[in-house]
Write a protein that binds this ligand. Sequence first.
Ligand code: FAD
Ligand code: NAD
Length: 467
Amino acid sequence: MSAYDAVIIGGGPGGYVAAIRAAQLGLTVACVDKRPTLGGTCLNVGCIPSKALLQSSWLFDMAARQMGAHGIDVGTPGLDLGAMMQRKEKVVGDLTKGITQLFKKNGVTHVTGTATLKDANTVSVAKDDGSTEVLETRNVVLATGSESAHLPGLDVDERRVVTSTGALALERVPGHLVVVGAGVIGLELGSVWRRLGAQVTVVEYLDRILPTMDGEVSKTMQRTLKKQGLAFRTGQRVTGAEIGDDGVTLSLEPVKGGEGSTLEADTVLVAVGRRPNTDGLGLDAAGVATDERGFIPVDDHFRTGAAGVYAIGDVVGGQMLAHKAEDEGVAVAEILAGQHGHIDYDAIPSVVYTHPEAAGMGATEEDLKEQGADYVAGRFPMSANSRARAIGDTEGFVKILAHAGTDEVLGCHIVAPEAGDLISEVVLGREFRAASEDIARTCHAHPQLGEAVKEAALDALGRAIHA
Ligand code: FAD
Ligand code: NAD
C-alpha cells in the first residue's frame, strides 16, 4: 500500500480546506470524517443551519412587526415551522454535497469512519459496517474540531435541555426558552426563537453579555436585544436543575452572593462554550500532547510535539471560528508543500449574526487600556448614516481604534445591519497595516452603510463630516 502525503482527520472547514489546498499543490491526500456528510460542525450543525434559521426568523419578524412602518399590511403571518426546518435542511444538504464535488474535482480521497492514530504515520479508520481501513501517511493533520461543553447538574437530553444542535431542530416554538450563556450561540439562537414567538431569558455568569467583545459593543447589543424582547440575567450562576415532563426548573444564584432564585423553562439551551474533540483519537500512541483544557498546542507552523503530526482549527483553541479554521487549513497545506503559510491573528474578524449584527477585529478598547497603549477612538453612530435612515435600521455605531502616534488601525468594532460585511474593508486595511487616514481617504459610495466606517476613520483624525 503506498503512503499518502497527508491524511487529514476531520472534514470541517479546517480539514476540508486543508485537503483541497494540499491537493491543489500536488500532494496525495485523504480526508477522514466520521459524519457521512462533509463540512463538519459548521455546515452540518453550526454556521449554516443557524444562518438559515436566522434569515427565516428575520423574515417572519419583518412580516409580523416591521412591514407596517413601510405602509405594507400583510396581516398576521402564519408560521410553518416544519417548512422552515426543511428549507434549512436543504441549504445544509446542498452545501455539504458541494464539498463532496470539490473533493472529486481536486482528487481528494474521502474516507468515512472514525479515525484513530496508531502511530504518527498510521491512521486506522473504523467504518459503520464494522470493517477497518488502515491509511499509511507521511503527515497527519488533526482537524477534529469541537463539541458543546456541558454544565454539571444540567444533563443534556436534546429535548428539554439542548445544545445548539437540539436548538436548531426544535419541533415546536417553546413557551419559555432559557439560554445559559450570553455568548454567540446564546444570542443568535435566542434571537431565532424570540422572533418566532418564544419568551427568551438569557442567563450569563459574567456581568455582561458577549464578554470577549469590545465593552461598548456588549452594552449596545444588550440594550438593543432587550428592546427586541430578550431578557437578561447577568452575574448569575446555575446551581441546579429539576427536569420534569413539562419543563425544567433552574436554580440560580448571584455570582457575587445573595439570595438565589428559580426560573421555569420549557426548554433550556446550554451555550457555555465548546470543548476540543480528542477522545479516542489515539494521541498518546502518536506522542501528541494536550494542554490542561484538552486543546492540542501547536507552534506557528501548526506542528504538534510529534514529528509529521500537525493540528488546526477548533481543536487547537484560539478563536473557534470557521474562517480561522479555513485559513489555518490553507496555511498548513502550504507548509506541507514546502511553502510559507502564515496567519495574522489580529486580522481575523468575528461576527455575531443577530440583528443588528456585531462585528469586531483586533484590539478592543479594554485591551488597549490594559496594555497602556496610546490610542485614539473614532466613532460614528448609525443614526447619522443616511442609508441606515432610509432603510429604517439605525441602531449601532462604528468604532475605529488607531495608534495615537502612527495612526495605524489597531481595532474596529461595529454594531450595525451587515456589520459582518462592513468590517471586511477594515480587515483588508489591517492586512496592509492601514492607517485610519487610508480608510478616511478611500471613496465610499453614497448612500451606503459603509460610509459610517469612513466617518469613524475621519473621527479618529478629529474631522468627521456628518456628526
Ligand atoms: P469542525 O467543523 O468541528 O469539524 C471537525 C470534524 O471532525 C467533524 O465533522 C467531526 O465529525 C470530525 N471528527 C472528529 N473526530 C473525528 C475522528 N476521530 N475521526 C473522524 N472524524 C472526526 N463559526 C463562524 O465562523 N461563523 C459562524 O457563523 C458560526 N456559527 C456557528 C454556529 C453554531 C451553532 C456552532 C456550534 C458553531 C458555529 N461556528 C461559527 C463555529 C464553527 O462551526 C467552528 O469554528 C468550525 O466548524 C471549526 O472547524 P473545524 O474544521 O476546526 O472543526
Ligand atoms: P462563547 O464562548 O461565545 O460564550 C459562552 C458564554 O457562556 C460566555 O459569555 C460565558 O461567560 C458564559 N458562561 C460560561 N459558563 C457559564 C455558566 N456556568 N453559567 C452561565 N454562563 C456561562 O460560547 P458559545 O456561544 O457556546 O459558542 C461556542 C463557540 O462557537 C464560540 O467560540 C464561538 O466563537 C463559536 N460560534 C461562532 C459563531 C459566529 O461566529 N457567529 C456563532 C456560533 C458559535
